[in-house]
Write a new protein. Structure first.
Length: 157
């Protein structure tokens, strides 16, 4: 069995860190604007950003509000697993409604964030999909009532 290597912190120079911080503030910021802030040409910024994306250091995405897109239910699901965790994590990560999967230590082996259009859809997702994955021993669902804080601007070290 091959184990996935858990990457350590990427060694980034100060310019790459500054580019990341600029994009954390505004992911739509132009390369020319970023270049002025960090002292590089537009083309150099574009190349650096592409290397950061290709290297898995960052991704530039639109963060949406699920409620505004018709997903009335969001929940975090704690999952206990019998046997190896990785195959269960991979199977659950492949489910379309799942947007976050993390392997944890503690009461739950996995934490899984899901979005659903309705209570009925959430019930089907949990009972008909997640609980039927081989190795899932049990689940506990934490319904989101309000998103108090969501931030992606933690900076760089």
């Amino acid at each position: 069995m091959t184990r996935k290597r858990i990457p350590g912190p990427a060694s980034l120079d100060e310019v790459s860190k500054a580019i990341i911080e600029q994009l954390q503030q505004d992911g739509r910021r132009s390369y020319a604007s970023i270049g002025k802030e960090v002292g590089l040409s537009e083309a150099a910024v574009r190349q650096r950003v592409q290397r950061l994306i290709d290297g898995g250091v960052m991704q530039v995405v639109a963060v949406t509000d699920p409620l505004e897109l018709g997903f009335a239910r969001q929940a975090m699901i704690g999952i206990r697993v019998n046997g190896p965790v990785e195959p269960v994590a991979e199977a659950i990560a492949a489910v379309e409604e799942v947007d976050y999967v993390v392997v944890t230590a503690g009461t739950y082996d996995l934490l899984v964030e899901v979005v659903a259009e309705s209570d009925e859809d959430l019930l089907e997702l949990i009972s008909g999909t997640i609980r039927t994955v081989p190795g899932v021993a049990g689940t506990e669902t934490f319904m989101y009532l309000r998103l108090q804080k969501q931030s992606y601007a933690w900076g760089v070290r």
